[in-house]
Structure formats: structure tokens, C-alpha cells
Design a protein around this ligand. Structure first.
Ligand code: SF4
Ligand code: SF4
Ligand code: SF4
Length: 408
């Protein structure tokens, strides 16, 4: 631990080697956090790396697994004014390298989605799109290829038509046909991109089809399959969960060959954790991600980006309130990112200074927990978060696409 001294006017002098190691400018600004007697210097750095944009909360589907079945939030689209404000503020986040169009709604249903993607690509940032795939017409597929979207993640929750229809209320043949259109558009335009990922939310009712996923991925030439557990928003979904307190046998995983031009890569299947564990890690915060909702409100993650209820791992129902740290219509994304509350929140999440509610004797009766607050004074609290346990996963976060990028 480097020793630092203050000068005769009480100014702290940080050692040069410390500044170099942390890549901090001598003029860097800090928040001085007085935390239970400890003084913590929290750098104010515009170091966000990934920006999530929620173009809309509207969707063409009504999936059984969807948060939209229980929330009270409006169905609305991001205005182009709000979107332009985000774009205008991007220069203030020099480390940003990727924009992800997703959220709780179907991005391809936004009438200006291609214009939005183009605006991001003109700033030389990589683009990921998350979609249910049902609005991916041949024309849209061609545009995604032409605009240089480099990852597309499509949700496919069943290998059999009846299983898929049971979850999504739609036809599997349609989404598979659309994915084939995309592959054809890539072939015609001579591009390997967007690389295709498949998200599969595993339930009791589709568990048997997990084994067929790799074959499906291989047929569709998907580079990656990400399996997530379901976050149970409804009683119906609560009956479908496969994870629990106790360790249980992992699912089996295997790879498959993925054609990438003259190369053949190995596709990967990533599986979630299946039980509550001691290790907690927030991929949103660790990945320096910032989430902008349809109305310009900024949240630290998906889990805190809306108002909704869900059932925690022990079945306790929780009311989650949206945690907005600012709005891009009033402040730039970098000002919000470097604000006192946001910097402190990220620091606490990195250190995971939250108790573990599912292990607490008061878990069945605690009112704080019911409202997603924490007994150590935190509101919101991450103490029940299934995302930080890697039980529920975001398909748009984990970067195992490197081999495909290398082949570009
Ligand atoms: S596609 Fe996504 S946003 Fe639309 S209803 Fe299904 S889960 Fe919800
Ligand atoms: S908020 Fe605190 S007291 Fe309440 S259940 Fe969680 S750990 Fe226990
Ligand atoms: S730990 Fe969970 S609730 Fe907390 S910031 Fe991360 S994803 Fe959001």
C-alpha cells in the first residue's frame, strides 16, 4: 500500500508510480468518500466501455418468461431527440467501444433502428443487437450486414416447434427462416458479420431440448450459445426454475464447428450457475457498462432498469424500483457516469458490500428485502441479485467472440 502525505496546506500528494500504474493523470478528479470511518478516493474517470440502449419497451411478442407481464412501466419508444443526445455525448466517453441495442422490448420494432445503428457505426463503435428474430426480414438482415453490425443474439427457447411456441407464442419455423435469411445475406454480401449468438432460457419444460441445442447452433452456424436460467417474474415461471440453494449437477456442454470464411472455428455453449454461492460478481459493473432506457434514464444494469416484481431464490417476492442515476436529456452520459452516486455505487458493487439475503435468518419477514432495499443502508440493494450469481445471465455481455473477430 503506497504511503501518501499531505502538504502544509492539507493537499494530498499521490506518488507518481501509483498514478502511472493506475493510468491516472496528475490532474484526475476524485470523489472523497467518508465510508464508516475509512476515507476512500474514488476516481472520476470517463471510463465506460459498453453502452446499452433500450430503443423501445414495445414488443411484437408476449413471451411467458417476460418481465413485461408484471411491470407497470409504459410501452414506449425512444425519441430520436433522446437518441441524438446520447450520440452527442459519446465524445465524453473515450473508452467506449461497443453499443448494444437491446432492453426489455424488441429493438427491431423501433421504426428508426437502422438509422440508430448507422449513427453508432459512423462513430466507429462496434454494435450488438439482441432480438427475438421474428422481425428480421431479408431487407433488415441485409441492412444489418451492410451497416457492419458485428453481433446478433437471437432468443430461441426451444428446439421443437411446440416448445418454442409454448414459451414465445410464435412459430419456430419463422425465426429459423429469418436466421437462414441472415446467413444468406452475409453470403451474398461477402461478410462474416454479424456473428450469430443464440440465447436459450432454460426451464423445466424445455430442459430436455438442451441436448439438441448444439446441433441447432451448428445448423445455423451460430458462433455461440448462451444458456440462462429464468428470472421468475410470475408464479407460472416460479414453477419452472431449475436452480436452488444446493449444488446440483451441471448441464452437459459441448462445442461444434463454425464456418468462418476459410476458417473453421469452434462454437461454444456457456452454461449458468445452478445454485446460490458465496462468489458474487456483477458483469455490468465489472464490464464498465452503462444502461440507457427508452426515456433517457440511466441505470447501472438491466436488473435495476425497470419497476417490477420477481421471486428471489427462496421464493420471496420482491418489488424492484427502477434506479435512475440521471437522464441523458438533462446531462451528458459522461457527467452521469462520473456523478458521485454512480461512482460510489459502482465501487460498492465491485467490492460487493451487500449482505446475502437468502442466507439471512430474517429473509422471510424482512420488509427491506421485500422492497429491494438493504439493511446496510443500501437502496437499491444487490443482496438478492441472481445476475451477480451468474444464475441469470445476459447474452450480450460475455466476450467469447474473439476468434471470429480475429478472422475478420
Ligand atoms: S421477445 Fe423479449 S421483450 Fe418481447 S415479449 Fe419476449 S421476452 Fe419480452
Ligand atoms: S436486508 Fe438485511 S436483514 Fe433483511 S433479509 Fe437482507 S440481509 Fe437480512
Ligand atoms: S449486482 Fe445485480 S442489481 Fe446490482 S448492479 Fe449488478 S446486476 Fe444490477
Amino acid at each position: 500500500m503506497p504511503k501518501i502525505t499531505s502538504d502544509d496546506q492539507g493537499r494530498l500528494v499521490l506518488p507518481d508510480d501509483f498514478l502511472q500504474r493506475r493510468q491516472l493523470s496528475p490532474k484526475a478528479e476524485y470523489w472523497l468518500d467518508d465510508n464508516e470511518g475509512d476515507l476512500i478516493l474514488r476516481p472520476r474517470l470517463p471510463d465506460a466501455r459498453k453502452l446499452y440502449i433500450e430503443p423501445t419497451t414495445g414488443c411484437n411478442l408476449h413471451c411467458r418468461t417476460c418481465i413485461r407481464n408484471v411491470w407497470g412501466d409504459p410501452e414506449a419508444k425512444m425519441t430520436m431527440d433522446t437518441f441524438r443526445r446520447i450520440m452527442d455525448g459519446l465524445a465524453g466517453l473515450p473508452n467506449l467501444n461497443r453499443v448494444v441495442f437491446t432492453g426489455f422490448g424488441e429493438p427491431l420494432s423501433h421504426p428508426n433502428i437502422l438509422e440508430m445503428i448507422q449513427a453508432v457505426r459512423q462513430r466507429d463503435l462496434a454494435v450488438t443487437v439482441g432480438s427475438n428474430g421474428l422481425m428480421l426480414t431479408m431487407d433488415k438482415a441485409r441492412e444489418l450486414v451492410r451497416l457492419g453490425v458485428d453481433r446478433l443474439v437471437v432468443s430461441v427457447d426451444g428446439v421443437k416447434p411446440e416448445t418454442y411456441a409454448d414459451v414465445r407464442g410464435a412459430m419456430l419455423s419463422q425465426v429459423l427462416g429469418n436466421i437462414r435469411n441472415l446467413n444468406e445475406a452475409k453470403r451474398q454480401l461477402g461478410s462474416l458479420f454479424p456473428a450469430l449468438g443464440i440465447e436459450f432460457v432454460v426451464l423445466k419444460s424445455n430442459l430436455d431440448e438442451l441436448a439438441g441445442l448444439t446441433e441447432l447452433a451448428s445448423r445455423l452456424n451460430a458462433a455461440r450459445v448462451l444458456v440462462s436460467n429464468v428470472l421468475p417474474y410470475s408464479e407460472d415461471m416460479r414453477d419452472q426454475i431449475l436452480y436452488g440453494y444446493e449444488p446440483r449437477p451441471p448441464f452437459k456442454a459441448s462445442g461444434w464447428p463454425v464456418k468462418a470464411d476459410a476458417w473453421v472455428m469452434w462454437g461454444t455453449l456457456e452454461l449458468p450457475r445452478m445454485h446460490w454461492g458465496a462468489e458474487r460478481r456483477c458483469r455490468f459493473v465489472q464490464g464498465k457498462s452503462i444502461v440507457v432506457g427508452w426515456d433517457g434514464g440511466v441505470a447501472p444494469c438491466y436488473a435495476l432498469s425497470h419497476n417490477y416484481t420477481y421471486f428471489a431464490i427462496d421464493g420471496r417476492q420482491k418489488q424492484v424500483s427502477r434506479y435512475v442515476l440521471g437522464n441523458v436529456n438533462e446531462q451528458s452520459p459522461s457527467e452521469i457516469w462520473m456523478s458521485e452516486d454512480y461512482v460510489r455505487f459502482r465501487g460498492e458493487v465491485r467490492a460487493f458490500h451487500f449482505p446475502s439475503c437468502p442466507n439471512c435468518e430474517l429473509r422471510d419477514t424482512c420488509d427491506l428485502r421485500a422492497h429491494n432495499e438493504g439493511c446496510w443502508g443500501w437502496n437499491p440493494s444487490c443482496a438478492d441479485c441472481l445476475w451477480a450469481q451468474d444464475i441469470v445471465r445476459c447474452p450480450l455481455q460475455i466476450c467469447v467472440w474473439r476468434c471470429l473477430r480475429a478472422a475478420r
